[in-house]
Ligand binder design. Structure first.
Ligand SMILES: Nc1ncnc2c1ncn2[C@@H]1O[C@H](COP(=O)(O)OP(=O)(O)OP(=O)(O)O)[C@@H](O)[C@H]1O
Length: 258
């Protein structure tokens, strides 16, 4: 059974089908890439899966359980976690503070706990930060000494790592990465590719769905690529399959070197 599956997943914004009839499946341990022109519906697809947008029609399932229409925090509880295309970090806060504020979705303490069992809440927060810090150091051990440095003063790639580490707290089974290499230079992009490899090594069964425009990343990282155009899935297969697909060449790759 697929870990995550969508059937005819669609959303309409005022007459525009931003995502239309998308059938998609990913199994345990797989990494799948999403590519397509700007505005083709990739981020919107992840936004529906993660509960930010409600599907107009179609269904999404996690391990066969219908998750269509659930709220983002409920979908997080089903094991889907994500990062965003634009940074969600507070640059004027330290690395450690950004880890703390990013953990609110994974905390189980209730308002009752906050009011009457503050020690229990503090322990839970501490454990979450420790888990995120361990993940962060797994990517870059130097960051342990930089935990009180303001986020604006650390390299771009380390900021991305903070967001990925926060998303990995609580061991999600599905990680959605929206353009993790956007804004990174060539060397940092290579490092990010290795980081994604490291996630796979550390969490063997994790599924990763990654939106990316950099075709070198798409060549190296996912085992399968799904191609979007105008909200629809127009192709699916290995890197070799999709870069040689005429529909994909016409819609997206054009004369780009392959
Ligand atoms: N909340 C919204 N309201 C109206 N239209 C929207 C909304 N969100 C997305 N869209 C539209 O849906 C379409 C798909 O956008 P989306 O951001 O998913 O594309 P994308 O493939 O991720 O593009 P990019 O590669 O530039 O990030 C676009 O036409 C966009 O303007």
């Amino acid at each position: 059974m697929a870990l995550l599956e969508t059937q005819k997943l669609s959303i309409n914004f005022g007459g525009l089908w931003a995502v239309k009839d998308v059938d998609f499946a990913i199994h345990s341990g797989q990494v799948v890439g999403l590519i397509g022109p700007n505005g083709s519906g990739k981020t919107t697809f992840l936004n529906i899966i993660s509960g930010i947008y409600q599907a107009t029609k179609g269904k999404a399932y996690v391990k066969g359980e219908d998750i269509t229409g659930l709220k983002p925090f409920q979908i997080y509880q089903k094991g889907i976690s994500r990062t965003y295309q634009s940074s969600r970090l507070c640059w004027d806060l330290s690395v450690a503070d950004n880890l703390v504020i990013g953990l609110y979705t994974s905390q189980k303490s209730s308002l009752f706990d906050v009011l009457f069992r503050p020690r229990h809440c503090n322990e839970e927060i501490y454990a979450g930060v420790q888990e995120a810090m361990d993940l962060l150091c797994y990517f870059n051990p130097d960051l342990v000494d930089k935990r009180y440095v303001l986020t604006k003063n650390i390299p771009h790639i380390d900021r991305r790592r903070i967001e990925i580490s926060r998303a990995l707290v609580g061991s999600p089974s599905i990680l959605l990465l929206d353009e993790p290499t956007a804004g990174l230079n060539e060397e940092e992009t290579m490092t990010m590719m290795k980081d994604i490899q490291k996630i796979k090594e550390k969490i063997a069964d994790i599924c990763i769905i990654i939106i990316e425009h950099d075709m070198q990343v798409m060549k190296e990282v996912p085992e399968r690529i799904v191609v979007f155009n105008a909200g629809e899935k127009i192709a699916e297969g290995t890197y070799h399959d999709v870069v040689n697909d005429l529909c994909v060449i016409n819609a997206y790759l054009g004369g780009a070197e392959r």
